[in-house]
Every structure is written in C-alpha cells, then in structure tokens.
Design a protein around this ligand. Sequence first.
Ligand SMILES: *Cc1c(COP(=O)(O)O)cnc(C)c1O
Length: 393
Amino acid sequence: MNSENAGFNSRQVHAGEFNDALGSATVPIYQTSTFKFKNADHGAACFSGESDGYIYTRLGNPTIGALEDAVANLERGFAGIATSSGMAAITTVYLAFLGAGKHIVSHNSLYGPARGVMETIFSKFGVEYSYIDTTDLDQVRKAIRPETAMIYTETPANPTMGITDLRALAKIAHEINVPLVVDNTFCSPYLQRPIELGADVVVHSMTKFINGHADIVAGMIVSANVKLHKMLKHVMTNMGPNMDPHQAYMVHRGLKTLGLRIDRAQESARKIADYLENHPKVEWVKYPGLKSHPQYELAKTQMDGPGSMLSFELKGGLASGKRMMDSVKLILLAVSLGGVESLIQHPASMTHSKISHEKKLAANITDGLVRLSIGIEDVEDIMADLDQALEKV
Ligand SMILES: *Cc1c(COP(=O)(O)O)cnc(C)c1O
C-alpha cells in the first residue's frame, strides 16, 4: 500500500511497510549496527551512492527507514529523519540552519528546553535569538534581522495553547528566504499538517502522541523538499543523534493507532473543557475547541480538531496549583503528554520553574496555570477525579 489517496487511518497502518523475503506482516526489527557487503564492488557502490544498500545503522536501517517513510507520508512531507528524542530532532534542525552570527526568531511560549538549549548552549557558539509571541505577526516582523536564518514555532503552544497562523508565518519566512520550522508534537499529523500550510520542516517529539504509550522517548524531523532533507541528514548522520532499530519498531507499533487514540481523547477533552469552564474554582480554560479561545476561528482553519491538550488557570495561584497536584488519584502527576493515560502538571512549579518570573509572565505562564493531557480512560472517571481534586483546592 502507499496510495496517496488512502485515508489517514489506512496510511497510519500501512505507510512505510515493505515486503521482506518471509512475508512478515509487520516490519521486522533489524537489530544490527552494520551490514555485510556482497563484495568490494558492492561496498564501493553503497558508499558512492550508486547502490542504495545499507551500510551502518547511524547512516540508515530498514526498521528506522520504515518509520521515517510512514511519518513523512502522514505529514505530507518529502522525507523523514528519525532521532533518539524530540530534543535531538530540534537540536539537529538548529545545527543545520544556524551558526555563528545567525539569528533565530522563535516563540516565547514553547517546550522549555527548545528555548533553554538556545540560551545556554547555542549562544556559546555565537547564535543569536529573539523570543517573541509568534501568535502576533507584528512581533515576528519586528524581530527579523538581516542575520535571521530561521523562524521557529509551536502551535498550539506549550503550555499556553496560543495558536499561531502557520499560513501567514510561512509567508513571512519565505519573503526573507528562510525556513519555517514547526514543532507539531501537540497535534500530530492527524490534526495538523504544517507542510500543507507552507512550513518547510516539521519536528516531533514522538515520545508523545505518535508513540502514545509513555514507554519510549523518540523524535522525528520531516522536510518539505530534498534540499532541506539533505542538509538535515548530513547533520544527523555525522553528529549521531540517530534512533535505535528497536525504538523505531516500538514507535511504529504505537503509530498505527494514532487516529483512534486522538479521536477518543479529543471527545473527552471537549467535555472536560466545558466542565472546567463552568467550574467556580477555575478562572479560565484555554482549549482551541472552546469559543472563548482567542484564536478559536483560526484554529478551525488549520487544525482538523482541537486535540486533547488543555490548560486552565486555578483561582488562588501557586498554592492552589500544588494542592490540586497533590489531590489527583486516577490522573497521573507527571510531565509529558499524548499518551493513553491522562496526565496533569503545574508549569510554574515544574516544567517552567527554572524560567525567571518576568519571562514566565511575558510568556503568559501564570502561577495557577495547570496543564492537562487527556488520555483514553472513561471520561466519567477522569471528570470524577478532577471533581474531587478541585473540591480540595
Ligand atoms: C516533549 C516535547 C519535546 C521534547 O521531546 P523529547 O522526546 O522529550 O526529547 C519537544 N517539543 C514538545 C512540544 C514536547 O512536548
């Protein structure tokens, strides 16, 4: 199968599959570091590129390749590059497009370490950065410099759930001839395909929705064209943040139920968002499926559904947030997201605790902000757990 016209659920099951000599129904785990050449000529042809035979697993492996093909197909991109983690995908992209004197324009509300590595590591090599709110295109235009070499965003943003207009942002990036890179972890290709909206590169923490079972850390880069793919592949194969074949097999197994899992979690998230919005101890809820979300209309034009991530502000700030974290029973108090199990976390005391108070406020990360990742449990049970925990706040 690889019909371009097949539906998403058919492609998530079959894209990337290949026929082996034994007729395996699933892609086998080629748990090998290296591959035997048939003879000296074959070895030479593999290295020169005349043969597409495998050489060494850092450079390519059939099990990893199957997953790369599958995710690239679902994202409607040219090709995928699997990495050991989501951060490995992000840093590979930074390394490919940035360097001394180059500048990145990026979102101020995004996965913490994606900003942290820029401020504490890439800055040592002379890379410059501007963290602004990419949901406001005027701020993007103002931040651009002659040295700008990449625009980077995450939508919906972590943890504020702000929506960036990807079509408009792609237009700005292309006017100045730089790639737009989008972290699509929160949506997965089931709900949003940034390349179709004009983005050049998509990154994923497959640790989250794509694998979906909270048992693997993994990343993926998908490029829109061969030129970008080659630049990224050069960095990945030389720096070595590659995936392992067993890891690829596990993620591919999870991928096959992506749409089913998201449909279920999203249906529950809609109900939970309504419930929280009407709860007296909740100040506000940010969920792209609620009419009260400031970019509700925009979300509908670029996402196929509001997803299963939401954040809300508890009345009473830090103390209330911590009290709620201590009171949940079914919902796991844990970072990460996008798994079959519901998770709750409190950015002010957890994921974003190392960011200064001013920077947090600038990025709208308030003290009572709670982030929920809705899983596939029965919605009545998730709601009952939230209810009893809010009772104790
Ligand atoms: C988790 C996450 C990452 C980092 O991925 P790892 O697999 O943990 O390295 C990047 N972006 C987003 C949006 C994430 O949620």
